[in-house]
Ligand binder design. Sequence first.
Ligand code: IVH
Length: 703
Amino acid sequence: MYSIDSQKLILKLTQELCKRQLSVGDIDDLKIVLRFHEWSYYINNESLISDMDFDLLFNQLRKLEADNPLLITPDSPTQRVANDLTESKDAVKHLSPMLSLDNSYNPADLNSFDETIKKLTSIDSDVKITYCVEPKYDGGSVAFVYTADAIERAATRGNGSMGEEMTANAKTLPTIPLRATFSEHGIHQVELRGEAVIHKERFSKINEEREKAGLPVFANPRNAASGGLRMKNPNETRQRGIEVFLFQMGYAVDLDGNDVLKDMDSHYDQINLLGQLGFKIPTSQKKKCEGIAEVNEFIQSWEEKRDSYDYEIDGMVVKVDSQELQNKCGFTQHHPRWAIAYKFKAKQASTKLLDVEYQIGKIGSITPVAKLEPVQLAGVTISSVSLHNEEFIQTKDLRLGDTVLVERAGDVIPYIVKTIEEYRDGSEKKVVFPTHCPSCETKLIKSENEAAWRCVNSECPAQALQRMIYHVSKEAMDIDGFGKSYVEQFQALGWLRDMSDIYNLDYDSIASLEGFGQRSATNLKQAIDKAKSNPISRLLNSLTIHHLGKKASKLIAGEIQHVLDLKDWTTEHFTNIKDIGPVVADNVIAYFADQANIDLLERLEARGVNLYQKEEDKPVELATDGIFSGKTILFTGSLQTMGRKEAQQLAATAGAKAISAVSGNLDILVVGEKAGSKLKKAQALGTVDILTEEEFVKLISDK
Ligand code: IVH
């Protein structure tokens, strides 16, 4: 429908329109641009503009048309609501139009919404309006008609007045009762609206299964749910695990055809009535708020916790609660005047890929990092993101100057989803991956089964810097107050060539540095001295031997008296330890075969760092005849009477082995205060014994 050339032109035009003040002469261009983005999103399933920019252009067109009504044409995007109709023959007319929602993005927008409501209803500005606020579920909109208490028909939203019929599919959805006793409430026929969604965990499973079966994965739960509603085979709809949250009664009449909706009291109560009748509704997720300030507070609390909620939501919906006031406000062609959506900060945005820089890791791995034109994502400015490795750049065909789509979902670090090819104008440049280390110019190598190129020069200054940063970090030697910037500063001053220099610093020189002083130099000395007597498991981990992590370091530390014992270890010594494989063995052997490393360890020891096994290094002995022998245990939440380590040791005396995740292997979960997802997961498994801290202690002391 749109040639590649015309798409490029329209995208250029989009960027231009988004940037400048618009006037009546832009109306035609706005229509072209909005029509194209509707097509791209709804028909071509590709979002080439952020929701916010789309709304911005849409609202500008609406405003320009309102000021110049003669220029409104029937085909203007403002004259219809968005469409999800495919070329289905089974289109049905909704009993009342399924409108859209107006959008807001900040508290100021909500305040002016509140003011408008008061004007529309002639309510004094100091009176608090009661609003019902509920999540804006990010799924597919559906309408269900019940007549004489039985489900009669279901349809997608379609263009708002006509939807695609999908009754057979809807009847497979467990959250949709086939019968509901509306008649007991004087309702003969009713049309209910809701959002079809998929639980986040269910969604991950679906994609895992699809990946295994070689099928393309869904980009998000919304696509999986909307697509699921339209399956030809209802059985496939059922298997997708779709749930529907109801959010509105759109139409309700009694036996004589009289409107019973307009006489109902409150939206909040209408939704709760649906809950009583067996439908899924937002329960504690919705709130009746007195006044717009309380609305703002509730919305903010949801924006903070949206990622830990089980379903995707992209905002909150604010609705005037009183039906009487709703009737007074009425509707525009596009949306009810009594409701507004509050959109959370975007998780996706497009920006320019300006450059690629290369970071050298502590074992010499080269990580390409994209430098981006700074962009706001879910409230944070993003200007650089990792590109992982060369293959990532190639598969995504990223080029310098490209416009890329960046996503930041929850705790996940931001990443580039894709390049928007349509924005290319031919000036983009290929990313050329370096062949030599950007720091020491050694030729880079890549082993067969690794994704990263590596610099193998053990004296590479960039690697030494990263190794020292890791050495002092919490994970490794845990030197309090010794952060990355000190390591960088001291290395630049020539005081740190390798990690042994950390234990040979001149504190008088440090005290005289700008920003330091006697006190901070003394604190640093104390922290470094303390680290000298760390258990050797920490030291082993701090050496940054490829593949030797915290856990393997602990296991190995338990088997040696002195770190240099490892000089004589063979592969068997390592692989005799449960959970240590040949890869770790090879890397540790190679490390101890290198005289430069032995010299380093000797220097460390000479400068006071402990190389002997300590009590803490010894493996915890599991009792074989304890009450928990043969069982696995996990502690979650904050324990009140003991620390985590102490609890694990106590459990070991009763024979239980501590593990770190909830899975089918877990036997016992001990729950402290504020336990979260681990408890939920264990409950869902149904096979885990769940104990409170008190029960755990009692069982052990009673044994
Ligand atoms: S009320 C006439 N409430 O958002 C009022 N809509 O952008 C119509 N949505 O088409 C909508 N959660 O599919 C309402 N709690 C909620 C909602 C909700 C999700 C969807 C709905 C609507 C779209 C508008």
